[in-house]
Design a protein around this ligand. Structure first.
Ligand SMILES: *[C@@H]1O[C@H](CO)[C@@H](O)[C@H](O)[C@H]1NC(C)=O
Ligand SMILES: *[C@@H]1O[C@H](CO)[C@@H](O)[C@H](O)[C@H]1NC(C)=O
Ligand SMILES: *[C@@H]1O[C@H](CO)[C@@H](O)[C@H](O)[C@H]1NC(C)=O
Ligand SMILES: *[C@@H]1O[C@H](CO)[C@@H](O)[C@H](O)[C@H]1NC(C)=O
Ligand SMILES: *[C@@H]1O[C@H](CO)[C@@H](O)[C@H](O)[C@H]1NC(C)=O
Length: 469
């Protein structure tokens, strides 16, 4: 209680910062990185970028405190783990609102409460959580209304994999496993409460998994009218991939009888770097995508999409920082507008007012075509995490525990046993693991201990295996 009062005092005693220019573009503020700037500095950075809104992945009180009085519109999130209990018990939803929103509202301009993050993409939650999603949203909605909070909309984020079909856009349809049991009641709720369908839409992911049939310019909004696609089912003309994705969602909603639910973009963006075996993730493309997105979203009246001309959409770019603790391929750690020291990875004016020609030249894209050479995965000798020998030992043990014969070569008598050091054994093990599992989605990460290299680490009779793509 005392802590709460203190927080309140802190929030309301900080001088209101001028709200900044009107803009619809928001930014996702994730915190899965080491040594990220403080909440207060992060909020100042958001404002300097020209962001009009911010989305966080929880209801972190320090961040909300820093947002008080800024005028930034704010989206907060209910964690996936508590969705079942909030759906089953309305008083727990009341308590969540009382604990997480009420202390900051209205000093913090909370506009959206998102209940769960991509819950319908996780099949392991099908029985435990999916049935409780809409009830949890309804309970949060009721709890807000009971407090006379009327300007906060309740939604949930959905990845594009909610659709079974997304091409051509007019054929958009939800997956059969969710269409009836979850999507229909969800859309009914969104429609009745005048909320949004919050989509996570990444042209990068669609393009990178199919670069031979999608033009990069088309994914980057850099196409001109000579590069367009006419949807045979609707005769609508598309000039970029993001519009196609939105209209696939529109078609899927229409199929269930809810063609009027507006779309908000919970996440979109482009990675500024990635692994050696990933394509198109570079500063040139990331800057191009986000600058073009900002320009488009600043157009008044709103451009909308071919199926919904003129429709305005809230949009949140992913993301504020490069977050080095996110697992997965290298792109996962490089979606940021800023590096962890707060510096811009490239210049971008999120208000969309800055003309594209006024930006300084970008470095040429280096990986727009796939790298076809050999790649190995080794211990990152320069990485700061490598100083932690406990962590290296644990990662080595993990790697050797996977697959068959993964570490035979570094056992006594094996060709890579000498030199018998943690560093060389870990390098061998990381590579051996990754070569076996990369095609099944295994990554060269090991909590930041591993790095890809084009230089063959083999020596003497110790041969490091490699795959050629
Ligand atoms: C709902 O949660 C409240 C608060 O924890 C608890 O007192 C109550 O027993 C719960 N109701 C049900 C039906 O579980
Ligand atoms: C969900 O329940 C069904 C029917 O009981 C079962 O077949 C399925 O394996 C369960 N799925 C998960 C992810 O637990
Ligand atoms: C449109 O873009 C294509 C491919 O980038 C280019 O070859 C063509 O000259 C452009 N046309 C116009 C009218 O700008
Ligand atoms: C698309 O245009 C063609 C040619 O004008 C027409 O035959 C067809 O019926 C149209 N399709 C739709 C879905 O409007
Ligand atoms: C070293 O790594 C271990 C295991 O990953 C971890 O528990 C520990 O906190 C790390 N120590 C330091 C100093 O980072």
């Amino acid at each position: 209680m005392i802590l709460l009062l203190l927080l309140l005092l802190l929030c309301f005693s900080s001088p209101p910062v001028k709200g900044g220019s009107f803009t619809r573009l928001g930014v996702n503020y994730g915190t899965l990185g080491d040594d990220l700037p403080s909440a207060a500095r992060s909020v100042a950075l958001l404002q300097s970028l020209g962001a009009g809104a911010v989305k966080i992945y929880d209801a972190n009180p320090a961040i909300l405190c820093a947002l008080a009085g800024t005028g930034l519109r704010v989206s907060i999130m209910v964690p996936n783990e508590i969705v079942p209990s909030l759906g089953a018990n309305a008083s727990l939803a009341d308590a969540w609102v009382a604990d997480n929103l009420a202390p900051f509202y209205p000093a913090v301009r909370v506009r959206y409460v998102l209940v769960g993050n991509e819950i319908l993409s996780d099949a392991s939650l099908a029985n435990s959580t999916w049935p409780f999603l809409v009830p949890a949203m309804a309970n949060i909605h009721r709890a807000l209304r009971a407090r006379s909070v009327c300007d906060v909309k309740v939604g949930t984020t959905l990845a594009m994999d909610a659709l079974a079909t997304a091409f051509p856009p007019s054929a958009g349809a939800f997956r059969a496993d969710i269409a009836g049991p979850v999507m229909r009641p969800l859309l009914d709720f969104l429609s009745r409460t005048r909320s949004y369908y919050f989509v996570d839409a990444y042209p990068y992911l669609a393009w990178a998994s199919n670069p031979s049939s999608i033009r990069l310019d088309y994914a980057l909004f850099a196409a001109n009218s000579s590069l367009s696609y006419i949807d045979p089912g609707s005769n609508l003309t598309y000039t970029n991939l993001l519009d196609q994705m939105f209209d696939a969602v529109v078609a899927a909603m229409r199929r269930l009888g809810f063609g009027g639910v507006p779309i908000a973009v919970a996440e979109t963006g482009w990675p500024n770097a990635g692994d050696l075996d990933q394509i198109g993730a570079n500063v040139h493309n990331a800057a191009t995508y986000n600058r073009n997105l900002a320009r488009r979203m600043a157009v008044r009246p709103a451009a909308g999409t071919p199926a919904r001309p003129g429709a305005a959409m809230p949009v949140f770019i992913f993301s504020l920082y490069n977050e080095d603790r996110k697992p997965g391929p290298g792109t996962e750690r490089h979606w940021g507008l800023l590096s962890p020291d707060g510096k811009q990875v490239y210049e971008v004016d999120l208000s969309g007012r800055r003309p594209l020609e006024s930006y300084p030249p970008l470095p040429p894209p280096e990986n727009d075509v796939p790298y076809m050479g050999k790649i190995w995965c080794v211990l990152d000798a320069e990485g700061k995490a490598t100083a932690n020998t406990t962590a290296v030992g644990a990662a080595l043990a993990y790697a050797c525990g996977q697959g068959t014969g993964t570490c035979d070569a570094i056992r006594p008598g094996g060709p890579c046993y000498q030199p018998n050091t943690l560093v060389t054994h870990a390098s061998y093990a990381f590579n051996s693991y990754w070569q076996q599992f990369r095609q099944a989605g295994g990554t060269c990460f090991f909590d930041g201990l591993a790095v890809q290299t084009k230089a063959d680490p083999s020596y003497g009779s110790c041969k490091y295996p490699s795959l050629t793509k």
